[in-house]
Ligand binder design. Structure first.
Ligand SMILES: C[S@@+](CC[C@H](N)C(=O)[O-])C[C@H]1O[C@@H](n2cnc3c(N)ncnc32)[C@H](O)[C@@H]1O
Length: 256
């Protein structure tokens, strides 16, 4: 019998990841798949391996936290961000924007491209993630062809160069616009005064109680009239109970 409660404690101790906040069934299934794939016989075996083998540990964190992302993911949402949200927040001054659970940085760089194109100047573009290894990838800014699928060819030509291996490296001018920081949404304090927060395809993995706690934190971090953007599977059924108004598909706003 695999003791999941003990594993939760051991993972928190060795990796600092609080599994109790994540949906149990889904996490158990993923971890069991990892054990099968790596021929590990037990949770104890897993903990031993991640303690002694750094590469295995990094790969496991990457697997556990699910880093899938891409540029301009969900065009329907990015159209509204481009046409409504960025003009609105930029009219009020230099907007502070936070991509929480930023993964490889594709989301925040998509915002940076739109800001540059519209000649808007950000006060801050912050990208945070729990996974330090994925943040290193975001800082390096080199992407596989599959990750740049959503990019308009004009932007690709303007802001990327192709590497010898056929990958795509993002322009230094975009990298310079973004601050990357390690941050655990479950444990670390939330910075305040943002005009736009994107947290997409992140809290889908958390329990309902945790999701509600996180949304409350995000709303506190928003300036009046600030926008909050979630993933398509994370739409908020009762936005008013968090003090939010629905603006459009996946996009909410705090009253002015
Ligand atoms: C599926 S990616 C989403 C990336 C991007 N937001 C998007 O929609 O394309 C989920 C990200 O959430 C991060 N994550 C998971 N748990 C987290 C936590 N407790 N705190 C901060 N980030 C977390 C993962 O490391 C991963 O990079």
């Amino acid at each position: 019998m695999r003791d999941y409660a003990k594993l939760q404690k051991d993972i928190n101790k060795t990796l600092g990841i609080d599994l109790t906040a994540y949906k149990e069934q889904q996490m158990r299934r993923r971890i069991n798949q990892w054990l099968d794939r790596h021929k590990l016989s037990s949770y104890e075996d897993l903990i031993r391996t991640i303690t002694s083998d750094r590469e295995h540990r990094e790969k496991f964190v990457e697997y556990l936290t699910i880093n899938t992302s891409s540029f301009f993911r969900d065009a329907r949402v990015f159209d509204v961000i481009e046409d409504v949200v960025l003009p609105a927040v930029s009219k009020r001054g230099r907007p502070r924007i936070w991509s929480a659970g930023a993964s490889i940085g594709a989301e925040i760089y998509s915002i940076a491209i739109l800001m540059k194109e519209a000649r808007f100047t950000p006060g801050m573009l912050l990208a945070t993630d729990i996974d330090e290894a994925v943040l290193e990838k975001a800082k390096a800014g080199v992407y596989l062809p599959s990750q740049i699928n959503g990019i308009d060819p004009q932007y690709l030509e303007k802001y990327f160069t192709q590497t010898e291996k056929g990958n795509w490296a993002i322009a230094q001018s975009l990298k310079d616009m973004v601050v990357f920081r390690q941050h655990d949404l479950l444990k670390d304090p939330y910075e305040r005064n943002f005009d736009l927060i994107l947290c997409r395809n992140v809290f889908i993995y958390f329990t309902t109680d945790t999701q509600r706690r996180l949304i409350t934190n995000f709303v506190q971090s928003l300036n009046p009239a600030g926008y909050f953007v979630v993933g398509s599977a994370e739409q908020i059924m009762d936005p008013t109970s968090f003090g939010l108004q629905r603006v459009s598909y996946c996009i909410y706003q705090k009253p002015a």
